[in-house]
Structure formats: structure tokens, C-alpha cells
Design a protein around this ligand. Structure first.
Ligand SMILES: [Cu+2]
Length: 201
């Protein structure tokens, strides 16, 4: 004499495997998407990088087309960063110091366009190697470049009512066609990094 509960359909044992199947398919697609993004394609470039247009301190616009013809490095960060960004830019400068004649360009792109104007970015990179170019732009243009480079960046409110930026910290080595080569390793003596970098130049 059992009564059928009104929500019996939700407990139909036939639905569970189907739901599980849907979840499994989603997981497989997500994993596949990640794999495709990180795997070099047949042309040798992973799906990192792409078109962008941002401004330098003197008001010039730099686009991906301007960088073609020579490999370049890209790093995303912000001028209020307490440690990671200044440390990384100092490491990059240490590497560049060992390549005095090389015309390699390094882009330091803000993830905090609200506070980092292109003038502020230019001023900030003035403390580092002159081949490092500070770039900013409208929040939309910055977001577009972050998306192209698969950058993670989020505002993190601080106790004093201000905010910092949580952000991924990868130095992208891009080839002469603007294709992704690798996450450039700075976690070694600068001579070694310089040697590897010069092999691409
Ligand atoms: Cu930082």
C-alpha cells in the first residue's frame, strides 16, 4: 500500500544514468577544450595570443601587426602590484641586460586599466629595461587581450576599501608571427634565460 510521492519522476532510476551521462559528456568536452587550447596546432602555434590594440605612454597605438617579424615577450600585471610584477619585470630586465644588442620587445600589459593609464604604465616601466613597453587601453580593449592570452585577472577588495588584482603571472614568449612558443622560464640564472631567448632572435 505504498503511495507514490508526487515527485517520483525526479527519483526515477532511469533518469540518473542519463543525468550522469550528460555530466560525463560535459566534463569530456571541457577537458577537450582545455587540451585543444594548450596543444600546439599543426602550424605549431597554440591558441594563445591574437589581435590587440593598446596604447603606449606617448599615445601611440600598438597592435599585434606592429610586432610581427620578431619574437616578443608579453607579461600582464599592474603598477599597484606589491611584489610579483616588479620582481618579474626586474628578472626580465636582468635577462635583457645580457642581450644588449638584441632588439627584442617586451610588452607589460595592465590588468588594471581603471587605475593604470598608459602614461602611468610608461612611467612605471621607466624603472626597468627600456625595451619593456607599458601598455594600457579601454577596459574593453584590455579585456579582449586578456581573453586572447587566456589571462586570469580579478579584483580583490582590500580592508582599506581599495583593491588589489589577483592575476596569473606568465611571461609569454611569442614568435615572429605572433604565435605562442612557450611560457618563458625566468626561474633560473638570467644567463640561461638570455641564452635561450637569444636562440629565438
Ligand atoms: Cu602583479
Amino acid at each position: 500500500m505504498s503511495s507514490i510521492p508526487p515527485n517520483a519522476a525526479a527519483h526515477d532510476p532511469n533518469l540518473s544514468p542519463r543525468a550522469l551521462g550528460v555530466i560525463a559528456v560535459c566534463l569530456v568536452l571541457a577537458a577537450l577544450g582545455l587540451w585543444i587550447a594548450m596543444t600546439p596546432s599543426r602550424t605549431g602555434t597554440a591558441l594563445i595570443g591574437g589581435p590587440f590594440a593598446l596604447q603606449t605612454g606617448d599615445g601611440k597605438t600598438i597592435t599585434d601587426a606592429d610586432l610581427k617579424g620578431k619574437p616578443f615577450l608579453v607579461y600582464f600585471g599592474y603598477t599597484h602590484c606589491p611584489d610579483v610584477c616588479p620582481t618579474t619585470l626586474a628578472q626580465i630586465s636582468d635577462v635583457l641586460k645580457r642581450l644588449p644588442e638584441k632588439p627584442i620587445r617586451v610588452l607589460f600589459v595592465t590588468v588594471d586599466p581603471e587605475r593604470d593609464t598608459s602614461a602611468l604604465m610608461a612611467d612605471y616601466v621607466g624603472s626597468f629595461d627600456p625595451r619593456i613597453i607599458g601598455l594600457s587601453g579601454s577596459p574593453q580593449d584590455v579585456a579582449a587581450m586578456e581573453k586572447a592570452y587566456r589571462v586570469y585577472a580579478r579584483k580583490a577588495p582590500t580592508k582599506d576599501g581599495d583593491y588589489s588584482m589577483d592575476h596569473s603571472s606568465i611571461v609569454y614568449l611569442m614568435d615572429a608571427k605572433g604565435g605562442f612558443v612557450e611560457a618563458f622560464n625566468l626561474d633560473r640564472p638570467p644567463e640561461e634565460s638570455a641564452k635561450e631567448l637569444s636562440s629565438y632572435l
